[in-house]
Write a protein that binds this ligand. Structure first.
Ligand code: BGC
Length: 727
């Protein structure tokens, strides 16, 4: 939702308009009811919101200058002692410390927390309800142990496959990321935990991330890299935001006034907590004038001495400091953190339900990319022997590394365990994690090769697997025609050179504690795969938008994580491709990817028909209502992800060939048919006009494209948009 509504209360009260404008599936009437309820709840909160403001102002009024300055930074960092970050306690005023925990795959500091499948896998599900359940479950585990600020979710857009944190994010498309992050945050916050959307902004590579200056034009930021942040703030009412490590167009993200004050505060109306990423600021004056509230994890730059010096210079006043402190306290007061005990141990009883949520994310995240001659699903009565190759079969990487990762715990299901459980007693499963037995590969009815790489924040990885992995794959595939490759990564990898050698390919992301169960279920047909790629996978970097626009040419990326805090001279990462990232690039340039955005196979097939587009006439209402029917033509139940793309061929300015503006995940029994409806708002037709400094929708004929992927358009219809509106 991109209209310039500044007030969060109004945003939620305008819930229906919001649904229209974001292209949600209106057919899901439960969603509508929920929106209705929320707008009522919001109205009821009008009173308490004033109470919050008064209480916050009162506290700030009673703080001494010393206390205010101290409040601008966290208390410290001591991971071994269970401290990632917390705000300062001010016992004199009855303000406790507000404790924080990471985040991306579960509550890192909670004892015995569930490690959920990576959020890139959630993105592959295209499932808004699952996103809500994910956020809620993580938050309940935070709250159980007293962490009321969650340092997630991350919504940086997938730009290069090498990116060390792709697994923590929601893929390449701003519409997909926005529409999943909103329910995720609602899930977190409805459990009484403040979500922290991160890392604002343009943090799309991890290679010397403090030095990688993202050079991005305004239109590209607004159309590609900002929308998920904006949706988090305006639609989900996210309580906190974390800035990024990298400079953006010259200034470090937390020292960038345009980003933090002009865009986030003034345009999007954000009045919550803006914290820095850990140890990521350098110049106290720039940080304070940018509009950032909280240095994390402790005062290294916003020391008393430095803050006093900026005050004395007249660049900021004490009233500015008051505003910073108010922004920190506001969400904390609003979420009851001053009134309730922070820990709620009774929530430990929810862990079993969370295990089920985690299993379900695992199920919906699997993307079947190749299935030659319908090798899958396997028939238990006909398969006698399965051989598993690669270390990841037994020492399964449950997640990528860094802030997101933690131990999956005793209940951890490895791929080997999952396949054994699903295969049953009749099928012999043998594992070869290290050495390759060509004989075993040949004798097995089915060979499964597990492939992964180290992915970790503060490093970007290679585009190719290491030689050992490729050797294993080639050797096994050369003797067994029924070889299945299972890739666990957060992004694309070189596969064009070997894809023809394998019979089947599964993208499995990272499974967390329980997600691997789904792989066993899927191989044997107990689960019909329904995940769709939230990224495009290239044949070769030369074909892509980022080729020549990524790292300096002489960089050799590491294979393993090399440690923290390395220093480097600043270098530019130029986003020369502008708005043409991922499928926008391939489709506009007519280049074929290896696997397109939105693609994924199923064990059944779906047909599409009866597309009807009607034009809306109400001012501020939907500009188009799109209806179609989808049918499951096969003999298995399955879920289809119907994708709506919009194309604007008549526009005077350059626009991508098409852009995702809506999607619906529809579960259908064999032979079942359902109507799917999308409502498009003005924003769905709009682009950011640099000339006008506004969003614009040019009148003319647009095309509505309905696809099973960005490259599999099943239905198409033109529709005219007549008026010219600036907003
Ligand atoms: C990461 C953040 C994380 C923080 C605290 C940083 O290294 O970039 O995403 O929340 O550490 O662990």
């Amino acid at each position: 939702m991109w209209f310039r509504w500044k007030n969060r209360g109004f945003m939620r009260a305008a819930g229906w308009a919001l649904m229209l404008a974001t292209g949600c599936v209106a057919a899901v009437s439960a969603d509508l009811e929920k929106e209705g309820q929320e707008s009522m709840e919001e109205e009821l909160k009008t009173g308490p919101r004033n109470v919050v403001e008064e209480r916050v102002s009162n506290l700030v009024r009673r703080m001494t200058l010393d206390e205010k300055i101290r409040y601008l930074a966290g208390t410290g960092f001591d991971f071994e002692a269970g401290l990632i970050g917390e705000t300062q306690p001010l016992p004199r005023l009855g303000i406790p410390a507000f404790r924080m925990t990471d985040a991306s795959q579960g509550s890192k500091l909670t004892k015995g927390a569930t490690l959920f499948p990576s959020t890139i896998g959630l993105a592959a599900s295209f499932d808004r309800e699952l996103a809500y359940a994910y956020g809620r479950a993580v938050a309940e585990e935070c709250r159980a142990d007293g962490f009321r600020i969650l340092l997630g979710p991350g919504v940086n857009i997938y730009r290069v496959p090498n990116g060390g944190r792709n697994f923590e994010y929601l893929g390449e498309d701003p519409c997909l990321a926005s529409q999943l992050v909103v329910p995720y945050i609602k899930g977190v916050q409805e459990a009484g935990v403040i979500a922290t959307v991160k890392h604002f902004a343009a943090n799309n590579c991890e290679y010397f991330r403090r030095s990688a200056n993202s050079v991005v034009d305004e239109r590209t930021l607004r159309e590609i890299y900002f929308p998920a942040f904006r949706a988090a703030i305006e639609e989900a009412g996210c309580g906190a935001l974390m800035t990024a490590y990298n400079p953006v167009n010259g200034d470090w993200a937390a020292e960038n006034r345009w980003l933090v004050t002009d865009i986030l505060r003034n345009e999007w109306g954000f009045d919550g907590l803006v914290m820095t990423d850990w140890w990521s600021i350098y110049d106290p004056e720039k940080v304070l004038t940018a509009g950032v509230d909280l240095e994390m994890p402790y005062a290294e730059i916003l020391t008393k001495e430095n803050v006093l010096a900026v005050l004395e210079s007249g660049k900021i006043t004490e009233a500015d400091l008051d505003e910073r402190v108010r922004c920190i306290l506001r969400p904390c007061v609003e979420f009851g953190l001053l009134d309730q005990p922070h820990a709620d141990p009774s929530l430990h009883s929810t862990w079993d339900a969370h295990a089920e949520v985690a299993r379900q994310i695992g199920r919906e995240s699997l993307v079947l990319l190749k299935n030659r001659n319908s090798l899958l699903p396997l028939d238990r009565s006909r398969v006698r022997r399965i051989a598993l190759f690669g270390k990841n079969a037994v020492e399964t990487s449950a997640s990528g590394g860094g802030a997101a990762g933690f131990e999956p715990g005793d209940a951890f299901v490895t791929y080997e365990a999952a396949i054994r459980a699903a295969a049953g007693e009749q099928v012999e499963v043998k594992v070869y994690p290290e050495h390759i037995s060509a004989e075993a590969a040949e004798e097995a009815d089915i060979a499964v090769v597990f492939l992964t790489m180290v992915e970790h924040e503060q490093m970007d990885r290679n585009f190719e697997f290491d030689e050992d992995s490729l050797y294993t794959l080639n050797r096994v595939a050369s003797v067994n025609p029924n070889t299945i490759a299972v890739v666990s990564l957060g992004g694309g990898v070189e596969m064009a050179s070997w894809i023809d050698d394998v019979a089947a390919l599964v993208y499995a992301w990272y499974p967390g504690t329980y997600g691997a169960t789904a792989l066993g279920e899927m191989l044997f047909g107990d689960l019909n795969p329904s995940g769709r790629l939230p990224i495009s996978i290239e044949k070769r970097p030369e074909d892509t938008h980022y080729f020549g626009n990524y790292l300096p040419e002489d960089v050799i990326l590491p294979r393993t994580f090399h440690g923290w805090d390395s220093k480097h001279e600043r270098f530019d990462v130029e986003y020369r491709e502008g708005i043409l990232t991922g499928y926008r690039w391939y489709d506009t340039r007519g280049i074929e990817p290896l696997f397109p955005f939105g693609f994924g196979l199923s064990y059944t097939s779906f047909s599409y028909g009866d597309l009807m587009v009607t034009t809306g006439s109400e001012k501020g209402g939907p500009v188009a209502r799109v209806r179609l029917r989808v049918r499951n033509d096969g003999d298995r139940a399955g879920a289809e992800v119907v994708q709506l793309y919009v194309s604007d061929p008549e526009c005077d300015v350059r626009r991508p060939a098409k852009e995702l503006k809506g999607f619906a995940r529809i579960a259908l029994e064999p032979g079942e048919e359902r109507e799917v409806e999308f409502l498009l708002g003005l924003q769905d037709l709009s682009y950011w006009s640099d000339a006008a400094g506004q969003w614009m929708a040019d009148p003319g004929t647009f095309e509505i494209l309905i696809g099973a992927s960005s490259r599999d358009i099943r239905l198409q219809a033109p529709f005219r948009y007549e008026s010219r509106e600036l907003y």
